[in-house]
Design a protein around this ligand. Structure first.
Ligand code: FES
Length: 572
């Protein structure tokens, strides 16, 4: 900061009654003139008792405050909306943009010089980054960290990959009620976010590749004391970032996002990153076309042996060196010269990281597979693209032609999926309509919808499933997601009928509805959009402005850089 007052300084040094009240009311909290002269560091705390993943955030926040004080700043904690994946209906994705707006506006509106963002559960990390990118005040993200491994009678369990696997066994009648209930008591046994490479682990790991978090942020377990020390270090570092003027706009470049996609591929990370990264990038004026994910995934080897694709979980990843070790191994594929919140480059950050252990983290010379396992599909069924995590799919289904069995929405699915008279064959392709951003509403994580009970009882555990929904990063199967345009927006998915043939060919990146153009045109002419899910309130705002999945489902009016610089914003 050269010659210009910091935002906090300007706020307290104002003349007349404005400055008088700013100082007097702030002093009412016990702060003195010395505190008011220091950089004001906001700590954006998403603690909530309706978010189990964040239940340790009060303690984490205290650690950040200690760091800020040690470095000569004044910490001021403030709350923003907390999105607990388990508690929110109809889906936390509906509220991600609301949380991003809350974060942006609270940073924008208060006299802060820098901010530490506490986030962790699935949508909170992308929301915090979207808001902070738009506000463009020096910012550093501290994640809550993953849970410890779940455990049942000595067997390691993962939330929520095993929630699904074991529920399928319970539905099939191969797991009794008492065992199923006992597992429930041991699968989620600590604070922190889900501990497989699901969406939360993915997004919090990617913060290291993006350069918006300190090295180690991705994998230190929530309850490990090193997580608190990292939070304290972040508190110290944000004060220095304020004096260096190190803002997100200097860090979140196109190259940083490419680094994030390389890491996503090497981790076998969540398909949800294909929605969240374009949304964050869109706030920075960076375009991330879907084909970039396909291209980077195709050339990036899978190094992390992590569930749901591999064998281990976040706790083992941490013991093996964590994300810095993965990034060190990936350096030949990364833009190592990218600036990060440490004030150093990405390559410098990971120079002393542990080498790959060969088990949890494979070396570049001996990967688990030679590609990252995400593919983008196109065809007359998905003109604007669809996503498949083929690393977590059944290899024999990656090229498949079958009869469509269509569920028109989630209600229809729930009504019929357990019907033992359902006309369904093992080689059918299951289609779910109206589960996208508009239709869901909010693009819920239902793309990995259940196998019909009739087939489940015959031992079938995977089928091709196609929808405009998302799926949890902890899920697996031959599942085509994010079909765009979605059916509720009049995309071709809306015109599929039971009995149509569909062809999936992942190697050729094709998703084709085998119905001739004239018939499709007739169906299109007869199609009527479903009634909107909301007539008022935030839901109405969402339906009026949400964009399709390839643009990250952000609101149209939130994309792009703000022409008004934060420092120029007037106060009345
Ligand atoms: Fe929070 Fe899974 S419930 S990350």
């Amino acid at each position: 900061m050269t010659g210009q007052l910091r935002r906090g300084e300007g706020f307290f040094r104002e003349s007349g009654v404005a400055g008088f009240t700013h100082r007097a009311f702030t002093k009412s909290m016990g702060l003195d003139d010395d505190d008011l002269r220091r950089p004001l560091i906001g700590i954006c705390n998403t603690f909530s008792e309706l978010n189990n993943c964040h239940r340790h955030f009060r303690e984490l926040c205290e650690a950040v405050k200690r760091g800020v004080l040690q470095a000569g700043g004044t910490p001021l904690e403030f709350p923003t909306i907390s999105l607990g994946e388990i508690f929110l209906s109809p889906t936390s994705m509906l509220h991600r943009n609301l949380a991003a707006m809350d974060t942006e506006e609270m940073i924008r509106s208060q006299p802060l010089d820098g901010v530490v963002l506490l986030a962790s559960c699935d949508k909170t990390t992308p929301a915090a980054l979207m808001g902070a990118a738009s506000a463009d005040l020096p910012a550093i993200l501290v994640s809550g960290g993953p849970m410890l491994n779940g455990n049942f009678r000595g067997e390691t369990l993962g939330a929520c990959t095993d929630c699904r696997r074991l529920t399928a066994e319970h539905r099939a009648g191969t797991l009794d009620d008492a065992t199923y209930q006992a597992i429930e008591d041991g699968i989620v046994r600590s604070a922190g976010h889900c501990m497989v490479m699901g969406t939360a682990s993915t997004m919090n790991s990617l913060t290291e590749a993006l350069g918006v978090a300190l090295p180690g942020n991705g994998a230190i377990p929530a309850v490990d004391s090193r997580r608190m020390r990292l939070a304290q270090a972040a508190g110290r570092r944000i004060v220095a970032m304020v004096s260096e003027g190190l803002r997100p706009s200097r860090i979140l470049t196109r190259a940083a996002f490419e680094n994030a996609i390389v890491l996503l591929s090497a981790l076998g990370g969540s398909t949800n990153a294909v929605v969240h990264l374009p949304a964050i990038a869109g706030r920075c004026g960076v375009e991330l076309p879907l084909e970039l994910f396909d291209e980077i995934s195709a050339r990036t080897p899978l190094l992390a042996n992590l569930r749901p694709v591999g064998a281990y979980q976040m706790e083992e990843l941490f013991y093996a060196g964590g994300i810095p070790s993965v990034l060190r191994e990936l350096l030949p594929l990364l833009h190592g010269d990218q600036l990060t919140v440490t004030g150093r480059t990405l390559a410098e950050n990971v120079a002393t990281a542990e080498p790959a252990d060969g088990q949890v983290i494979r070396p570049l010379s001996d990967p688990l597979q030679d590609h990252g396992g995400l593919a983008i599909l196109r065809g007359n069924l998905a003109p604007d693209g669809a996503v498949i995590k083929h690393a977590a799919a059944s290899p024999e289904l990656l090229r498949h032609r079958g009869r469509a069995l269509v569920f028109t929405d989630l209600h229809d699915l729930r009504r019929r999926i357990d019907d033992l008279e359902l006309d369904v064959r093992v080689d059918d392709i299951l289609v779910l309509q109206n589960a996208g951003p508009l239709g869901g509403p909010g693009m819920p994580e239902v793309g990995n919808f259940p196998i019909p009970r009739r087939l489940l009882q015959q031992g079938v555990r995977d089928m091709v499933r196609i929808s405009d929904a998302r799926m949890s990063g902890t899920a697996y199967g031959t599942i085509v997601l994010h079909v765009a345009p979605e059916s509720a927006a009049g995309g071709p998915l809306a015109f599929v009928r039971t009995g149509d043939e569909i062809e999936l060919d992942v190697e050729r990146r094709r998703l084709q509805l085998c119905v001739d153009d004239a018939e499709l045109a007739r169906r299109r002419a007869a199609w009527r959009p479903p009634a909107p899910a909301y007539a008022r309130g935030y839901g109405r705002l969402f339906l009026d402005h949400v964009q399709q999945a390839p643009l990250g489902c952000d609101f149209d009016f939130l994309r792009g850089r703000d022409p008004v610089r934060l420092d120029d914003q007037a106060k009345f």
